[in-house]
Write a protein that binds this ligand. Structure first.
Ligand code: ADP
Length: 623
């Protein structure tokens, strides 16, 4: 067995990272996080999704020698990490329930012989007494706890098995323990430190903004049409569409399939096999789009998800951050679109109230409602989305404009004469004697030709047709905006009615101004303004060559039964399609290509580049 080195320097580490991973620079806080491992200090590292947490324990494990044990909550996550380490030429295994007895025995032998640098385990496996003994024999002295928020009740993915890890200290008093998570709240951080009994840990908390994500929160008008608009911008790219209900998932997935889009549905009502199948098809790039309830996600490590679309508002900003976090894990630009309607708040309130009543946990409701209100306020807000999100998580956002959200990119605009529009809506509520809901009021205002209105004499009202010519979705949306501003009220659960309050009368008397927004009207086929991050990352990249390289990557990944990003990430392929290397030495300069990957895949990709450049008369080795 090779003895772990007492320490090592950051320069040694960088040499190892360049050799195995092909990275020549570190991301923020990676250096400090690795130093803590080398200095044998416990640590808690909080970095956003895609921030590069894995490298923080993987690279020191290679430098120090010995075996580092990594605890991870899901087999799929472990498999991706093990595949990825092996592709870098690093000895890694995971011992989990998917192994046969023979495979498990062989892995354990490798571990006993000290040949394994990184051993991935589930928390259940770790605490089995016989396994503890094996680990004690090989004198494990470094533990990395991935997705450490799973240990906390306050986190969104609490896993009771994680609690058993409190026993680590008993069995390995000399070992250092390093926890990694993307969940930033202080409560969760304190809980992780307490539960794992971390000793005077180095605490590193990164910047939570994800500048590569473009946030767009847009009024929901027609889910299918708006989804197709997003898909058009991301043709052939990976995306996840989140819906509230299973029925919505089935309907939307079927509609997209009919349009020829490679989409699959995913929800808890499907059989285990169907779900597994959809997940694998997505991970292996056979399918582009997954339409899912929020049941889908945690095991998904496809790094090149280029858009996440929420067909309805999530339950909390924590969920929103987690779900949008699945986009752009490779650091490249990705779009997060949320189709919002003020009605989402009320639908969710009644769903939550009903399920809390059934489960007899109505005391939880105020907490859940507060989260909903925060989410709703965020959606309605007219502040930069990046700034509002990081502020919610307790950080300051530098600057005023991100140039990567609907607010800063000017996707929506103020409705002209908003106060007059509001007065028309409120008067109509008064005219129908506060006895009807949004749909009916909108029909009257739009002057619809309907038997239902005639029957009640509502086609004779003075407010009939006052908003003629405006779309139903627009009028509904304005009504919700008025409710959100407190100048109109919705009462009742099943068939909510519109009621006026004191503020409504102030608006009608002209004593109070109102602001309403609407989507900027675009001509057919006209796309919204592009964010800076989108244009920069494609600069100089030959898209058709990128697609050819992607094709080869998909074939190689399928043969090797690994996910495509294990072969090369999208960043690496884009850089290859930009630089177009003529030799292996040149190719080695591309970030993400270490010695092993160059040897395994370099020549094949070089050939594609050479053929393509010759065919199209393109120059090589563009720096
Ligand atoms: P996290 O676990 O924090 O979500 P990962 O560890 O999966 O993030 O890393 C996200 C992506 O960034 C991976 O593709 C990884 O290889 C890449 N990456 C990590 N560190 C670096 C670095 N220093 N330079 C370039 N790419 C990096």
């Amino acid at each position: 067995m090779s003895e772990p080195k007492a320490t090592g320097s950051l320069a040694d580490l960088q040499e190892i990272i360049a050799r195995h991973w092909g990275y020549r620079t570190l991301r923020p806080l990676q250096g400090q996080a690795m130093q803590a491992v080398l200095d044998r200090r416990d640590s808690l590292v909080v970095l956003p999704t895609g921030g590069g947490k894995s490298l923080c324990y993987q690279a020191p494990a290679v430098l120090r020698g010995g075996t580092t044990v990594v605890i991870s909550p899901l087999i799929a996550l472990m498999k991706d990490q093990v595949d990825s380490l092996r592709a870098c030429g690093i000895a890694a295994v995971s011992i989990d329930s998917s192994l046969s007895a023979n495979e498990r025995f062989a892995c354990e032998m490798d571990v006993r012989q000290g040949e394994v640098r990184l051993l991935f385990l589930s928390p259940e496996r770790l605490v089995q007494t016989d396994f503890f003994r094996v680990l004690q024999q090989i004198e494990v002295c470094t533990f990395a706890i991935d997705e450490a928020h799973c240990i906390s009740h306050w986190g969104h993915d609490f896993r009771p098995e994680y609690r058993q890890m409190s026993r680590l200290r008993e069995f390995f008093p000399q070992a250092t323990v390093h926890a990694y998570t993307a969940t930033a709240t202080e409560q969760v951080r304190a809980d992780i430190i307490a539960q794992l009994a971390l000793r005077d840990p180095v605490e590193l908390v990164g910047n939570f903004d994800r500048p590569n994500l473009i946030y767009r929160i847009l009024p929901r008008q027609d889910t299918l049409k708006q989804s197709l608009d997003v898909l058009e911008r991301h043709e052939g790219e990976a995306g996840i569409i989140y819906c509230l209900r299973r029925r919505d998932v089935d309907e939307l997935a079927a509609s997209l399939q009919k349009k020829g889009i490679k989409a699959r549905g995913y929800h808890a009502g499907m059989s285990g096999d169907e779900r597994q199948n959809a997940q694998e098809a997505f991970a292996s790039e056979q399918v582009d789009v997954i339409v899912a309830t929020v049941a889908f996600g945690m095991g998904i490590d496809r790094s090149n998800v280029r858009f996440v679309l929420h067909a309805a508002m999530p339950k909390s900003l924590e969920h929103y951050q987690q779900e949008t976090g699945r986009a752009g894990r490779d650091g490249l630009e990705a779009e997060c679109v949320l189709l919002y309607s003020g009605g989402d708040l009320y639908s969710f309130r009644s769903i939550l109230a009903k399920s809390a009543k059934e489960a007899g946990v109505e005391t939880h409701l105020p907490h859940a409602f507060k989260h909903l209100d925060d989410m709703d306020r965020y959606c309605r807000g007219a502040l930069c989305r990046h700034a509002a999100l990081v502020r919610y998580f307790g950080q300051e956002y530098p600057g005023d404009s991100c140039n990567a959200c609907d607010v800063c990119l000017g996707d929506t605009e103020a409705v002209p004469d908003a106060t007059v529009v509001a007065q028309k809506i409120l008067s109509c509520v008064a005219r129908v004697k506060e006895g009807f809901g949004i749909g009916h009021v909108a029909s009257v205002l739009r002057g619809e030709n309907s038997e239902n209105l005639r029957k009640r004499g509502h086609d004779k009202l003075t407010t009939f047709g006052l908003l003629r010519g405006h779309g139903k979705a627009d009028v509904r949306d304005w009504v919700y905006q008025l409710i959100a501003q407190g100048v109109l009220v919705q009462v009742g659960d099943e068939y909510p009615l519109l009621r006026l309050n004191e503020a409504s009368w102030e608006v009608m008397r002209g004593q109070r101004q109102v602001r309403l927004v609407q989507l900027v009207r675009r001509k057919k086929g006209e796309q919204p303004q592009k964010a800076k991050v989108e244009t920069i990352s494609w600069e100089g990249v030959d898209r058709a060559l990128f697609e050819e390289l992607r094709h080869l990557r998909r074939d190689l990944a399928r043969d090797r039964q690994v996910a495509p990003f294990i072969v090369f990430t999208d960043n690496t392929l884009r850089e290859m399609a930009r630089m177009r290397p003529s030799t292996l030495e040149r190719m080695r300069l591309i970030p993400g290509i270490g010695d092993r990957r160059l040897r395994d895949f370099g020549a094949l990709f070089l050939q594609i580049v050479a053929d393509y450049c010759r065919k199209h008369g393109l120059p090589f080795d563009v720096l």
